[in-house]
Design a protein around this ligand. Structure first.
Ligand code: ACO
Length: 333
């Protein structure tokens, strides 16, 4: 018989950003844009881009090793690996999670990928925490990793300025009672999927010379629709997870939002009545790294001693699908 676990939380975090930095001024030479437009409309100044020989699993692996070291654990301790990504190494299989499992030599781990766009890490933590809470699994690695630069149309100024590459990872396991995940909420609205999608390369429109010539394997986005959707769902989902945790926004020490646009983040902060010094912002440096945004932020917060044991964090994300999710977490380290 397995024994149910009362409280699940984060035991360690790690991240990895590729060394190449692409600035807005670099982009001025590639598309019809300006540093001023990008900073004012999005808050982004630079983004990191994977080297040609780096794929998503390479970024994920480094973040995972750093998270394991932070947790004081070895790959042998891990029995579950979830990689949240929209940019797997291979179109179909093997999953990126299996590639990470092999290269980590995590011999006892089940591994699978999870597709929920930029909400992927929040979805992944939610799934892993329930698998641990059931008592069936003990320690999970949840990784958000992306090489979005590989699926961008570098001639489309509407999308190519917005995204970057990177990976973040968290090790989950049992924590002291009263700590860890106190509330969570997940949601989706598939009707809005068309606002952020990759038209070709899947079973609906398999890759062909025509689709490649038309750049249909790149990100197509209706930015205004995604913007309106994001502003609407962030408040709703946060309210639900706060209610579940029995907390109010005044109890939150740090809001850790998905980093898609500084104006979306500011609007969420206003909605939650949180001063910006209680909102983690790194979009200026890394842009939108999709599923990697939130774990990269957590690793950065830890490195900069921006949180301490007992702090209440509110993680809020939205993304392709369309999907959304939030987690209220009492930091257990
Ligand atoms: N440089 C200069 N001008 C530009 C650029 C650019 N890089 N991009 C667009 N423009 C132009 C447009 O062509 C338009 O010109 P027009 O008026 O002549 O037609 C003008 O700027 C205004 O365009 P808008 O789309 O109205 O600009 P807006 O202020 O809405 O900002 C943006 C666009 C930044 C895309 C915004 O809508 C946004 O951030 N949306 C959310 C996107 C998002 O979050 N995506 C990720 C979701 S998460 C996931 O799962 C991946």
């Amino acid at each position: 018989m397995t024994k149910a676990v009362k409280q699940v939380g984060i035991l360690g975090v790690g991240s990895y950003l590729p060394s190449k930095v692409l600035t807005n001024h670099d982009l001025e030479k590639m598309v019809d844009t300006t540093d001023e437009w990008i900073v004012q409309r999005t808050g982004i100044r630079t983004r990191h881009i994977a080297a040609p020989e780096q794929a998503t699993s390479d970024l994920a692996l480094i973040a995972a090793r750093r998270a394991l070291e932070d947790a004081g654990l070895t790959p042998n301790d891990i029995d579950l690996i979830i990689v949240a990504t929209a940019t797997p190494d291979y179109g179909v299989y093997p999953s990126t999670a299996c590639l990470v499992q092999d290269r980590l030599w995590a011999q006892h781990a089940a591994a699978f990928d999870l597709s929920a766009g930029c909400t992927g890490f929040v979805y992944g933590v939610s799934v892993a925490s329930q698998m641990i809470a059931s008592g069936l699994y003990k320690k999970a690695l949840v990784i958000g990793a992306e090489t979005l630069s590989r699926i961008l149309n570098w001639e489309d100024r509407n999308t190519c300025v917005l995204f970057g590459d990177g990976a973040g990872a968290a090790v989950l396991g049992e924590v002291e009672e009263g700590y860890g995940i106190l509330g969570l909420d997940l949601g989706s609205d598939g009707a809005g999927g068309i606002h952020l999608y990759q038209p070709a390369g899947g079973s609906r429109r398999p890759a062909s010379h025509e689709t490649v010539d038309n750049k249909e394997h790149t990100v197509h986005m209706n930015g205004n629709e995604v913007f309106k959707f994001a502003v609407k769902v962030m408040g709703k989902t946060a309210k639900k997870s706060l209610e579940q945790a029995g907390l109010s926004n005044e109890d939150i020490d740090m809001l850790v939002p998905h980093q898609a646009n500084i104006r979306i983040i500011q609007s969420a902060a206003k909605h939650f009545k949180m001063p910006m010094d209680k909102v983690w912002v790194n979009i200026d440096k890394y842009s939108n790294t999709s599923a990697a945004c939130i774990p990269i932020a957590l690793a950065e917060m830890q490195d900069q001693h921006a949180m301490k044991k007992g702090d209440n964090l509110l993680l809020v994300a939205f993304g392709a699908g369309l999907t959304w999710g939030s987690i209220v977490l009492k930091w257990a380290k």
